[in-house]
Design a binder for this molecule. Structure first.
Ligand code: ADP
Ligand code: MG
Ligand code: MG
Length: 906
């Protein structure tokens, strides 16, 4: 904790600097820095973020006492530079009191302008400036802001308009005027009185006339705004810790509302939406800061080019544009030149796109804020690459400038921004898989496929999805489920397919029988249109227009840069040649997890699969497996061919068998007929497969050990496919992975089965292929005994979905029941199925790698859980020495960027 609580700036000097943003907040640090580099900024001082924490610990009175001397001294500092005195009616100094956290939180906290005015001072200000209208306009704004921010004036009812706005409207309507700047002095004076009365009436507080009281009230209110609802929510969304606190900057006012040679505006050194190197922004003549953003008057464009563009969009003729809406470039050409030169200077100084606020007071330009501008994913990539080409940043910096998760926006279809503004939000679920989807509602997978074949776009709405819905999911534009979290089946599969999915939308009530879904009172039927925003979790009524996302050349260039610096490579989780193809396009260099079970849900494979499961004897099973073998082999040929020359890690059968058998009477009847058995027999067998806790039951390698013939069949299918391809001149690189191993003996036993099957096959074929044999580390015991297990494995793949499930003891499929509460109550900070729990589960990964390599130094290690595409988890994987991460195709670029960032960090 720093002893110094207050840092001054002004007149080209400052006690702070840009790199002190943790202490001074972004705004305070940059105000100091702008002083140091010769950008005109009104003088002022910043109270540190540490004081904010003190404020919440010790309370208001103590902190005011602690600050008193420093603040008084700093006010004198401003007075000297501004040649005026705080509270002096003859020659008053007015200040603004502004919030500013370490990370920018635009508009989330409070700011007060024109502080220092009262009934006496306002007269002095009018006299000094010779501008009575300006003086009273400033005064009424101040009373309004102070009433709102410090004294807590609020609309009485939730849907009332702001009480001050209501008064303004009343006053304006008496004379039939529309705009605020049409009010005359008398009306402005009247507003001040009416505002003060309204404050007294509603809050019981009297507006403080003493400027010193005003100042302390405002400083404390800005600290308090750190804890307002908006700010808390925004921090939660952006992952900003509460301990960071806000700084408070107090600075001399400059006035954009002193007449037609005054103005205020906001500008960007580049286009925040597209990234184009195009200075742009908006301004208003004779207005004060907030007016531009608050939308009270329509702001005008700063550049002429922007103004022409704007007029075209609005359908405004050039004649009218030039006369009524001239750009600043046209209306104030000299000031525009100064502004343009300074924005360029700031961008070059910060080496990044700047978002700036400025005010012109009677022909003199002042800067009031600069920060690195927020931007879209597309703009992020373009700006990083452009700055690199312009020589403003180096390659490593370009890599670090890009936020991995934001690449997502570049990969999925998106809603048209304009269309979204009109869209009606029905409800919200979890943003399980990003993108935009729009289609007609269907409730069943087979309907989804049918409707799709008939040329409809459909959205599949389910209570939850199971592997059987896969075909329907792939035919649908998007998936909406009532249950399930971010790693629910629907979510994982949808992300794998790059398909939009909103899961766990608890407010939807599905009636499968009636084929309706009720959302908050609205009943929708099969065939009605619905739109899903997989990036926000929002569900809209009707059709919202979408457009294909564009992948620009800059994006490819960024990826190439990543490859240059990364140590870990990125593979993909893919079960089909199509997914593998997509992932390859995004730069995957192998398959890190190919799940075989999805293959069995194909129409022609589910039958022999069920036959195998329902057979009571080994012979019965082998007959069925013999039918499956050529079908599986064909699948493996497809995927190994697609990934020719790159490793393909294939996992042996993993899920509990009951997932494959029909649970409805109709399906069971069909089954019985096909197998020549009675319905009762089938039902008995299905019942026998039921387990109390299937996730911990007969699955994974336990299947292969109980029924070795399954492992044998799968081994022969995999290696048979590889031999076939090798004969054709390909270079298949199969890896066979044994799932859910908890003791080395399990792996040892399966290894023997696999080797025997391979030997037999190689003899039959008269040809051999190389393959690797590995295991998944997904049971805590496996990580704990990794040194023993490694003796039987060429590689480890950390299955962090199951590992998280088993380490926490949270069922992945039921976690939605309590996770929201856990997150709200801060029992845990983030969903451990999304972000790898480095403290707990991470220890097991780290230990697994270390122990494994202690007995097998050549052991290759990778990760194949959902975490493989989550940036902070990817960086962790780099630090503990993994060789690769594997993730859904649509997260491959994100993982590549995160891996490169991990490699260039420090
Ligand atoms: P936010 O963080 O919400 O943008 P700010 O503290 O930046 O809030 O203030 C809001 C507006 O008030 C800005 O547009 C800024 O231009 C204006 N403003 C702040 N301080 C001053 C000042 N000293 N003189 C003139 N305008 C100011
Ligand atoms: Mg601002
Ligand atoms: Mg698993």
């Amino acid at each position: 904790m720093s002893e110094k609580r207050v840092y001054t700036f002004g007149n080209g000097q400052a006690e702070g600097r840009a790199d002190m943003r943790n202490l001074l907040g972004g705004k305070g640090a940059n105000l100091a820095e702008m002083n140091l580099i010769g950008v005109p900024v009104p003088p002022g001082f910043t109270i540190t973020t540490d004081v904010c924490n003190e404020y919440f610990e010790k309370g208001k009175d103590d902190v005011v006492a602690l600050l008193k001397v420093d603040v008084e001294k700093s006010i004198h500092h401003i007075e000297k530079l501004m040649n005026s005195t705080f509270g002096d009616p003859e020659n008053p100094l007015l200040v603004s009191v502004r919030s500013g956290a370490r990370a920018s939180m635009p508009g989330m906290m409070d700011t007060i302008l024109n502080l220092g005015l009262n009934d006496e001072v306002v007269k002095g200000l009018a006299k000094k400036t010779g501008n009575e209208r300006f003086a009273y306009d400033s005064y009424r704004r101040f009373v309004q802001m102070y009433g709102d921010v410090v004294l807590g004036m609020k609309p009485v009812n939730k849907d009332d308009i702001d009480p001050f706005e209501a008064i303004i409207q009343k006053v304006k309507s008496l004379r039939g005027i529309v705009l605020d700047n049409e009010m005359n002095v008398e009306e402005l004076k009247q507003l001040v009185v009416l505002f003060k009365n309204a404050i007294k009436e509603q809050t019981g507080s009297v507006f403080p006339e003493n400027p010193v009281d005003q100042l302390w009230g405002a400083i404390c209110a800005v600290f308090d705004s750190w804890m307002n609802e908006r700010a808390i929510l925004y921090r939660k969304m952006e992952g900003i810790p509460q301990e960071w606190g806000t700084a408070v900057s107090v600075m001399a006012m400059v006035f954009g509302n002193m007449g037609d040679t005054s103005a205020t505006g906001v500008c960007f050194s580049r286009d925040a939406a597209t990234g184009e190197n195009r200075f742009n922004g908006e301004y208003l003549i004779n207005a004060q800061g907030e007016d531009v953003v608050a939308g009270i008057r329509t702001p005008q464009q700063i550049t002429k080019e922007g103004s022409l563009r704007w007029a075209k969009q609005q359908g405004i003729s050039e004649e009218i544009r030039a006369a009524k809406f001239p750009s600043m470039e046209e209306a104030m050409p000299e000031l525009y030149q100064q502004l343009n030169a300074l924005q360029d200077k700031l961008e070059k100084h910060y080496h990044d796109m700047q978002d700036m606020e400025f005010t012109v007071q009677e022909g003199k330009l002042w800067f009031l804020q600069t920060r690195n501008g927020k931007r879209t994913g597309t703009a992020m990539v373009k700006i990083a690459m452009d700055l690199l080409h312009e020589g403003l940043i180096d390659e490593k910096t370009a890599i670090q400038r890009c936020e991995p998760n934001k690449l997502d926006e570049l990969l999925h279809p998106v809603f048209d921004k304009e269309a979204l503004k009109e869209a009606k939000v029905l409800t919200r679920g979890l943003p399980a898989s990003p993108g935009a989807a729009c289609g007609q509602i269907v409730f069943f997978a087979d309907d989804a496929s049918k409707w799709h074949e008939d040329g409809h776009q459909v959205v599949m709405v389910r209570i939850e999805t199971s592997p059987e819905d896969l075909a329907g999911m792939s035919a649908a534009e998007g998936i909406l489920t009532a249950r399930g979290g971010m790693t629910s089946h629907a979510a994982v599969v949808a992300r794998g397919m790059g398909k939009c999915c909103v899961s766990g939308a608890g407010a939807i009530n599905i009636d499968y029988k009636a084929r309706t879904v009720e959302i908050d009172g609205t009943v929708l039927h099969e065939g009605d249109y619905l739109s899903l925003n997989g990036s926000t979790g929002e569900v809209y009524a009707g059709q919202v227009k979408t457009k294909e996302a564009e992948v620009s050349g800059d994006f490819a260039e960024l990826m190439a840069l990543c490859d240059k610096y990364t140590r870990m490579v990125v593979r993909t989780n893919a079960d089909t040649p199509h997914d593998a193809e997509v992932a390859k396009r995004f730069g995957a260099v192998g398959i890190g997890l190919c799940r075989t079970e999805h293959m069995f849900f194909d129409k022609d494979k589910i039958k022999p699969m069920r036959e195998m499961i329902l057979a009571d004897t080994k012979e019965g099973r082998e007959t069925a497996l013999a039918k499956l073998l050529p079908l599986q082999k064909k699948d493996f040929v497809g995927i190994l061919k697609c990934m020719d020359g790159q490793p393909v890690n294939i996992r042996l059968l993993d899920p509990p068998l009951h997932e494959f058998v029909p649970h409805d009477i109709k399906g069971q009847k069909v089954m019985a007929e096909e197998m020549g058995k009675s319905l009762a027999e089938i039902q008995q067998r299905v019942a026998a497969l039921q387990e109390v806790n299937p996730m911990l039951g007969l699955r994974g390698c336990r299947l292969g050990i109980t029924y070795p013939e399954i492992t044998t069949m799968q081994t022969k299918a995999i290696l048979g496919a590889a031999i076939e391809l090798k004969r054709q001149g390909y270079h298949p690189m199969p890896e066979i992975m044994v799932p859910l191993v908890g003791t080395y003996k399990e792996l040892k036993q399966q290894q023997a089965v696999i080797r025997a099957a391979a030997k037999e096959l190689f003899a039959e074929e008269g040809m051999e292929v190389d393959f690797k044999l590995g295991t998944m580390i997904e049971i805590p015991r496996a990580a704990l005994t990794a040194d023993e297990i490694a003796k039987y494995a060429d590689y480890f793949s950390f299955g962090t979905n199951d590992l998280t499930q088993m380490t926490f003891g949270y069922s992945r499929d039921d976690v939605a029941r309590f996770l929201p509460t856990y997150l709200d109550e801060k029992v845990i900070e983030v969903d451990p199925f999304q972000v790898l729990d480095q403290t707990g589960v991470g220890q097991l990964v780290e230990m697994g790698v270390k122990k494994g390599r202690s007995t097998k130094p050549t052991l290759k290690c990778g990760i194949c859980g959902e975490h493989g595409g989550e940036p902070s988890s990817v960086k962790f994987c780099h630090r503990v020495g993994l060789d690769y991460v594997s993730c859904s195709p649509f997260r491959v670029p994100i993982a590549r960027l995160a891996a490169a960032q991990a490699a260039v960090e420090k």
